[in-house]
Design a protein around this ligand. Structure first.
Ligand SMILES: Nc1ncnc2c1ncn2[C@@H]1O[C@H](COP(=O)(O)OP(=O)(O)O)[C@@H](O)[C@H]1O
Ligand SMILES: [Mg+2]
Length: 278
């Protein structure tokens, strides 16, 4: 089926469309495969400096299983640094991060848990097709022995992000918004317990921003997966979040539901979100 994704109506709910008619459509294949129980996450007093630049200054945050939490902060506030710590790419100077009660820096952790990250750059391999990019984790980790099963899961993931039929395209042939959605599909096939998004709407036009926002909402409602979104996009934060955490000067200034944040009396929070609601 030919679909011009970039021209879709902005309110299309991609995953919702798939799950509403599961009889035989491939989108449900991935939903059946994604059967992880939701897990919680605890960030416990993380500190991290680069030389004399003390970027994270005692970050504390609890995320409930199945919750979508947006960490909102200005450019340079340490959002990407925090993400790299949560995914285990970097270690804190002090403090610990727990997923499902286990310290992510314990040697055993990576054997028992999978966290997936959608990078700001999408980080696709340019020499691989869209489907090869999405299948890479399944092949490298020998998740399935049958090629037909890999193909089925990859097609299903691409359908969920609204990119069915794009399997054989190269990253250079698709738009920035599509690349971002290929990166989401690649994260989903990892069957992660937590999915992290670093600036998922950066550089996208308003319509594609809405599509990515809808996709994050759909993942929340249909898979109940724990999601952490870091962004400076205030509209996106209020659109997708169960709770918003404001990161400022290396600390979480305030955490609350969108309504609580909107009515906050904290001057730092007011200064940050005021331009949006003035
Ligand atoms: N690998 C690094 N080495 C030195 N400084 C870094 C490194 N990564 C990030 N920083 C610094 O940490 C601060 C926060 O960066 P970052 O997390 O990328 O901000 P953002 O909130 O925009 O994602 C910046 O001052 C940045 O220069
Ligand atoms: Mg960043």
């Amino acid at each position: 089926m030919e679909r011009k994704i970039e021209e879709q109506e902005s309110n299309t709910t991609l995953l919702g469309a798939v799950t509403s008619e599961q009889n035989g459509r491939t989108g449900s294949v991935l939903l059946d495969y994604l059967k992880c129980a939701a897990v919680g996450l605890k960030i416990d007093n993380i500190n991290r400096s680069f030389g004399d630049n003390h970027v994270l200054r005692g970050v504390n945050l609890n995320i409930e299983p199945g919750e979508t939490v947006v960490i909102l902060g200005k450019s340079g506030s340490g959002k990407s640094v925090l993400m790299r710590h949560i995914i285990g790419l970097e270690c804190p100077d002090t403090g610990r991060i727990f997923v499902a009660g286990e310290d992510i820096n314990d040697p055993e952790f990576k054997r028992n848990h999978v966290l997936a990250m959608v990078f700001q750059s999408s980080a696709l391999f340019n020499s691989l097709t869209v489907s090869e990019n999405v299948a890479l984790y399944l092949r490298e980790h020998k998740i399935f022995t049958e090629e037909s099963r890999i193909k089925e899961i990859v097609s299903s993931a691409l359908e969920i992000v609204g990119l069915q039929g794009k399997e054989d395209e190269m990253p250079s042939e698709i738009s920035g918004g599509m690349k971002r959605r290929v990166a989401v599909a690649r994260a989903l096939v990892m069957n992660p317990e937590v999915i992290l998004f670093d600036e998922p709407t950066a550089g996208l036009d308003p319509m594609m921003t809405r599509t990515i926002g809808d996709l994050i909402c759909d993942l929340k409602h249909q898979i109940q997966i724990t999601q952490i979104v870091v962004t400076h996009d205030i509209d996106l934060a209020f659109y997708v979040a169960d709770r918003i955490a404001i990161l400022s000067e290396g600390r979480i200034l305030e955490v609350g539901t969108p309504d609580q944040i909107r009515s906050s009396t904290n001057s730092g929070v007011i200064d940050f979100i005021k331009p949006q609601f003035a």
